[in-house]
Design a protein around this ligand. Structure first.
Ligand code: SF4
Length: 250
């Protein structure tokens, strides 16, 4: 059987993999101290609820998802309840989260699969989770990390922005970002590292005006001096000369 090629970490800031690993751990620890209250913002009480919430969270704020699910989780208790919901009614109910047609359909089809193939429970492997409609790698990693206590790098919008600013990846593609960070962060810390970057992105390292002055990891962040602007030349495979003018990209 052909062996899988190992991913070779290429630092966008010319750092060795060992140094990047040390820095990532130091950042994770510092953020842990700075944000002891960091938590997943979606409200849920079991794997099924988190699965539905992640489907609804696409292109929608967590606050709005929580508002909608607070009502829905009282009405639909099991995978069978969701699967047998009337489609038009469900569309109305999830309407405030946007993309209501596709989300309602995803919820019905995914929960139908849970009933038919998983005895109504939520599976705990990347392969089985991503086979469900509406569940991509990001959502699967959210589930693995937050309900199954398994390692997962969760590449959401905050994680993408911060891992790039921090110089751990030069990529934009979520799968490539995930691969870069898997090579830098020790496996047992994937979920914790993801949570810390996500939270830090919400409360400090904002998209438009990151608070670099008040940032707990400014001494370890290459973008600190330029307040979040990425000033290094990021290598992007396939681009001319292997470089992209990412000076103004965040
Ligand atoms: S120093 Fe600035 S850019 Fe770097 S992580 Fe902190 S807030 Fe974000």
């Amino acid at each position: 059987m052909p062996r899988k090629r190992e991913h070779v970490f290429e630092s966008p800031i010319g750092e060795s993999a060992a140094d990047a690993r040390r820095r990532a751990l130091a950042i994770m620890r510092a953020l842990g101290k700075a944000h002891p209250d960091a938590h997943i913002p979606l409200v849920f009480s079991n794997p099924l609820e988190l699965l539905v919430a992640t489907i609804l969270s696409a292109q929608c704020t967590d606050a709005k998802v929580n508002e909608v699910t607070a009502v829905l989780f009282r009405k639909y208790r099991s995978a069978a309840d969701w699967a047998s919901a009337d489609l038009a009614t469900l569309e109305d109910e999830v309407h405030p989260t946007g993309f209501f047609r596709s989300k309602a359909r995803s919820i019905k089809e995914a929960t139908r699969d849970l009933v038919d193939r998983h005895g109504g429970g939520v599976p705990d492997t990347m392969e089985e989770l991503t086979a469900l409609r509406g569940i991509g790698r990001k959502s699967a990693n959210v589930l693995l990390a937050h309900v199954f206590d398994k390692p997962g790098i969760i590449v959401d919008t905050h994680f993408t922005r911060l891992s790039r600013r921090m110089g751990f990846t030069g990529q934009f593609d979520p799968v490539r970002i995930e691969r870069d960070l898997m090579a830098v962060v020790p496996r047992k810390h994937w979920s914790r590292f993801s949570l810390m970057l996500n939270w830090h992105g919400r409360v400090t390292c904002y998209a438009r005006k990151p608070d670099c002055e008040g940032c707990a990891v400014r001494r370890r962040c290459p973008a600190a001096a330029s307040t979040g602007q990425i000033t290094w030349k990021v290598k992007v495979p396939g681009k001319k000369n292997g470089k992209a003018s990412a000076k103004t990209k965040r």
